[in-house]
Structure formats: C-alpha cells, structure tokens
Design a protein around this ligand. Structure first.
Ligand code: FAD
Length: 624
C-alpha cells in the first residue's frame, strides 16, 4: 500500500480545518488536509462571523475588502423579524445591528460582526490554503481509520474516485471532521451535554423573495405558524435563502419530508403559492449541546464541531472553532519546532473547553428563551408534536391527500386567524398581545449581540502566568466586553499612530507565530533589549518588542493605564494568539530573568543558563 509522510494530517476541509492548515503553514508547518467531499459546499450554514474570527482571518491575509465582497448587505442584516408567514405583516421586529450597537464595538475591535454565508467564507479560506505551498489539500479523500502510537498516527485514507486506499504517517492528527467526527469516534472520546434539543429539516432554496420582505428586510425571519413553523435565514433575498422547520422523531422521520412536501411547507411559510423557486438541497440535523471530553488524546486533537456542537442560536459554532484553531496552531508549531515542551499542548483543551462550555450554555438558553415570543403570542410550542402525531396516525394516513390537507387547514385556520388579528391589532386586546410579542422579541438581544462572548474570555492555564488574577467583569458578559491587561485576556484593541501602511491597531502587532513584549511607562523603552536577549537565550524563539508610548494613538493612550488597574507602568508578554501571557506592572524595572521565566513557563521549557546559546541553537530537542 502506498504510504505518505507528513508532520500534520488534518481531517476535514470545513472552515476550521482550512483555517488550521493556513495558520500552521504561516508558522512553517506542513500539513496534508483531506476532505471526503469532492468539492466545497454549495449551500451555507453559518452566517454570523464575529469580530474575533475576522481578526483571526486578517492574520492569515483575508482582507476587509474580501470579506465585504461576500457580506450580506448590512441594511438587511440589521434586523430580525417575526411573522406568521413572509407575506404577512410583522408581529415583532428587532434591530440587532443598530448604528449605536456597531459603534459600541469600536472601542473593542477594528472589525464588526457581519453576516457572511459560510460557503462563501469557505471559498475565501480555500483560496488562502491553495496559495500556501506548505498546505496540500485533497478533496474526495476520506479518512478511514488510524493506528495511534506515541510517535503519531498511521491513517488509512481512501481516494473516493479511484477506490485506492493509502496510508498517511503523521506526527500529529487534527480532527476537524465536524460534529459526527469519525476521528473522535474512533478514539472513543465521549461527547457530554444535552442531546436532541430539536430535530430540523433544512430546505435550501433559490427564489427572489424581495417583494415579500421589502417592507422589513431582515437576516432572520421567525415564522410563528402552526402550518409551517420555522426560521428563514435570508442570505440573499434576490437569490437564495434557507428555511428550517422542526420535525418530531416520535411520529415522523426525515423520510416523511420528500421534496414535494418540503415545497408545500416552504410555500406555506413564504405565504406565496406561486412564487418561482427551486429547492437546491434538503438535509436534516439534530440540535445538540455536546462537548468532547477530553479535547485530545495522545497526538490527536479535536477542533471545531468535532470538539463541540451547540445550537446555532447565537451563531457561535464556527466562530468558536476558528478560535480553537488559532489557539492550537501556534502551540503545535512551537512543539514541532522544538521551541516548547509537549505539555504546552495540554493547555489547548484547558483553555478552549471552558469557552465552548460557556458558548454552549448561552446557545441553549437562547434556544429555550425564543419560546417566550411564541408564548407571548399565545401559541403553545408543545402542541406542535401533536400535529405531527395526528398526521402520523393511522386514520390520517388512510385519508386521501386532498382530504388530509383540508383537515389540516381546518385545524390551523383558527390559530392563523387569531395570529392575523394580533398582527393587525384588530382590537385593543390583540394590540396588547402584539405589544407583548414585541417586548418578548426585544428580550432576545443576547441571542444576537455577543461581543462579550466573542472577545471577553480570559484563559487560565499553564500557558498563562498569574492566570489567577481577577479580570474586570462586564455588567453583561454576553453583550459587553471589559478589556484589560489581565494575563489570559485578549490583548485590548487600541489604535496605533503611524504612516499609512504601517500597523493600524494593536492586533496588527501580534500573530505569525511570534511573541510580543510590549511596554509603557518606565518599561516601554526597555522592551526592545529584553525581547532581543530573551529570544537569543531561547535559541531564537521569536519575540518582537514595542514601546507602546511611542506607537499608541494619542487618543487611546489614557486607556493603557485604565486597563492596567490604573497603574502607569506595565510590560506585557503577548502570545502569538493575541492573549496576554504575563504582566509586570510593578514600579521596578522588568528584568531579563522575569521575561525569560515567563516565556519558559508558557513554553514549558527549562530556563536556560545565563550563558547565551550560540545563535540558532535550540534549548530543547524537537519532539519527534
Ligand atoms: C443552521 C445553522 C446555522 C449556523 N449558523 C452559525 C453562525 O451563524 N455562526 C457560527 O459561528 N456557526 C454557525 N453554525 C455552526 C457552523 O456551521 C459550524 O460550527 C461549522 O460548520 C463547523 O465547522 P467545522 O470546520 O468544525 O466542521 P464542518 O463544517 O462540519 O466541516 C467538517 C468537514 O469534515 C469532513 N469530513 C467528515 N468526515 C470526514 C472523513 N472521514 N474524511 C475526510 N473528511 C471528513 C466533512 O465532509 C466536512 O467538510 C450554524 C450551523 C447550522 C446548522
């Protein structure tokens, strides 16, 4: 059997696998990326791409212009609307992208959360991966299994087109193979959490629905109807959207949703029986809140949906996966290059799992809280399975199709007629109900605005020195972020001054596999010398330096001490993933041994003797 050898094998060319490959390549690490599908996805799943993911994407060269080119028009993406069907008027509407909200992001990031269809983002990522010689991508190649050892894994990979199976010997195996993760299953790593929160049929379709939504353009429409309940994601009102409708496995299965029935449901949800449309694909999925325990075994690591799967109510799945890859890539690169001890890799799960747990908890809460809108309208979601039970009953199945439809119309007509009266505020009583529906909708803001979750997590692990320090808390940690220089926190965002083309924000100073020693006050000027000496002592670990007093935009300079517990001096060591590893805020000079000690603790290598190592020498042997 043919055999290949690669340092890293990545299974799954979804967004997280592709990002992982690009990040590793940028740090000099070669990988082979195998994907069982023969091409990129044609239909979207995710649409919310948050500020942090955009910062990470910028680090691999995805420009703001490239993202703007695939972003759903912001005027549409600003709103979420509840209707009985798309042809009826609004029951409730909320503004999730107001100018005020977007402006509130400005102090925290140069990026703005945007609605970007996942399949378009995947195309951008594929372009990035393709232009890196260190990434080799093979579509139509399915990972089949592996033998694991202390040195890595020998995987069997099948070329789906030819049927040939070959072996890939890799030092490291990355499972980016999605929620079903064959790699995770093969290792027997359990998923822990809540199962079967909902079962959904996804209908991807092409249609021009602008005339239906023009009064209330929105990225999401919740359809509150007994006949066709569900959610529209309007990726492009002129061309294609997605509708998701629940099914109830006690009484029905995905096989009960053939294309003609899906089209009937879709048309009922659209409220337009004659609209030209084409269903491009149907799929079914189960909403879970599952997190792998643990995130790694031996030399195999889980990233993205392979490690966690939560309800899409929050738009956090892909975003969490992108930050997983960002966290793991620099650690793996350091270990492979012999710059770090293998223990650094244990901090991947220690840091990322708590983030997934929080995001999962919030996503589940969002899913449940959405019922408040339905309840305010006076509909009982618990009755939806009853409709499925009736449909599945022997007498109903015995009825001719036309009669069955007539019975269904008879059952849902009173509900729909009442909903219409609420929408039209037909009486003061119905107007009151409509106000309550609007209030319940407005209470859903944490579902859609998650700046605090996106940017506010603070890592505590062996890769953070002084990680016990309490970080300031935002009053609402989902909606707001409290930036600080606390070890473990993401480097705060601040603007830099300088010539056009030079780094524009603090996050342009980090990444690309290097540490950053940044200081202000009495420590600012000393950073350059300390960074150079530390780098030399550690055999060339890249440590850049910056005097923040010299480069920070004058308007943002007061923030530095505000983020530093009000103290005027600080030196901080920032990891390649933009999280602060160590802070020295004392009014005594930071010494080389302090910086070296911090770097060695993070990298889990012994502190070198004070004799400088010859240039190019390495303090620890590469892990083979
Ligand atoms: C309706 C919906 C809306 C969503 N909205 C959002 C949102 O707005 N924001 C957000 O952040 N997230 C959202 N998500 C979640 C997001 O889509 C996922 O989190 C994301 O796709 C995970 O990316 P991934 O690369 O980890 O896995 P995947 O995208 O699942 O990719 C895994 C890849 O591995 C491949 N693979 C599997 N087995 C093998 C094998 N044996 N060999 C080779 N390849 C294999 C698969 O073919 C697949 O291409 C949403 C999800 C849904 C269902």
């Amino acid at each position: 059997m043919r055999e290949l050898e690669v340092p890293v094998l990545i299974v799954g060319a979804g967004p997280v696998g592709m990002l992982m490959a690009a990040l590793l390549a940028d740090q000099g690490i070669e990988s082979l990326l195998v994907e069982q599908r023969d091409d990129l996805h044609l239909a979207p799943q995710a649409h919310v791409i948050n500020t942090r993911t955009q910062e990470i994407l910028a680090g691999i060269g995805v420009t703001d212009e490239a993202l703007a080119g695939i972003t759903t028009h912001s005027a549409e993406a600003r709103f979420v609307t509840w209707r009985q069907n798309l042809a009826e008027g609004d029951l409730a509407r909320i503004d999730i992208g107001s100018a005020g909200y977007l402006a509130s992001m400005a102090p925290a990031s140069s990026k703005r959360t945007a609605n970007i269809p996942q399949h378009h983002l995947e195309r951008l990522l594929f372009a990035q991966v393709s232009r890196r010689v260190r990434c080799q991508t093979r579509f139509g190649h399915a990972w089949q299994g592996a033998e694991h050892s202390g040195h890595g894994a020998v995987s069997s990979v099948k070329d789906v087109a030819t049927g040939e199976t070959y072996r890939v010997r890799s030092d490291w195996l990355i499972a980016a193979d999605g929620a079903g993760s064959p790699v995770r299953r093969s290792l027997g790593l359990p998923m822990v959490g809540e199962t079967n929160l909902a079962h959904l049929i996804t209908i991807n379709f092409e249609a021009d629905i602008r005339h239906l939504v023009k009064e209330s353009p929105s990225i999401l429409f919740w359809v509150l109807s007994a006949a066709a309940p569900g959610t529209f994601i309007v990726h492009d009102a002129a061309r294609y959207s997605v509708f998701m409708t629940p099914y109830f496995p006690e009484y029905e299965s995905p096989a009960d949703f053939p294309p003609d029935r899906c089209e009937r449901i879709l048309r009922a949800a659209l409220g337009d029986r004659h609209l030209p449309l084409r269903i491009t694909s149907l799929s079914n999925w189960t909403m879970q809140a599952h997190i792998a325990a643990p995130y790694s075994q031996g030399r195999t690591f889980l990233v993205g949906d392979a490690a966690h799967r939560f309800p899409p109510t929050g738009g956090l799945g892909l975003n969490t996966g992108a930050a997983d890859a960002h966290n793991l890539a620099w650690k793996l690169a350091c270990v492979i290059k012999g710059r770090a001890g293998p223990g650094l890799l244990d901090t991947y799960g220690d840091e990322r799992k708590p983030v997934a747990e929080t995001n999962s908890r919030v996503s589940v809460a969002n899913h449940r809280k959405m019922r408040q809108v339905t309840a305010a309208l006076g509909l009982d979601e618990d009755k939806l399975p009853t409709m499925a039970r009736l449909r599945a009953s022997a007498p109903a199945r015995a009825l001719p199709a036309a009669l069955r439809s007539a019975v269904k119309r008879l059952l849902v007509a009173p509900i729909d007629s009442r909903t219409r009266k609420v929408q039209r505020a037909a009486t003061p009583g119905f107007a009151g109900i409509r106000r309550n529906v609007q209030l319940a909708a407005e209470a859903q803001m944490e579902h859609f605005n998650t700046l605090g979750l996106d940017l506010g997590y603070v890592y505590r692990s062996a890769a953070v020195c002084g990680g016990g320090a309490a970080a300031p808390m935002a009053s609402n940690p989902v909606l707001e972020v409290a930036q600080s220089l606390t070890p473990g926190a993401r480097l705060p965002h601040f603007r830099l001054q300088g010539a056009p083309g030079s780094p524009a924000t603090s996050h342009d100073l980090v990444g690309h596999g290097h540490f950053l020693l940044a200081g202000f006050g009495r420590h600012g000027k000393a950073c350059a010398g300390l960074a150079e000496s530390a780098s030399q002592q550690l055999g060339g670990v890249a440590v850049h330096a910056v005097d923040l007093d010299a480069v920070t935009h004058h308007a943002d300079r007061p923030q530095l001490s505000a983020w530093n517990l009000g103290l005027p001096d600080a030196a901080i060591l920032v990891r390649p993933d933009g999280h602060i590893a160590w802070r020295h805020a004392a009014a005594t000079d930071a010494r080389l041994e302090d910086v070296l000690g911090a770097l060695c603790r993070v990298l889990q290598v012994p502190v070198p003797s004070r004799e400088p190592l010859p240039s190019g020498a390495r303090p620890v042997a590469p892990v083979s």
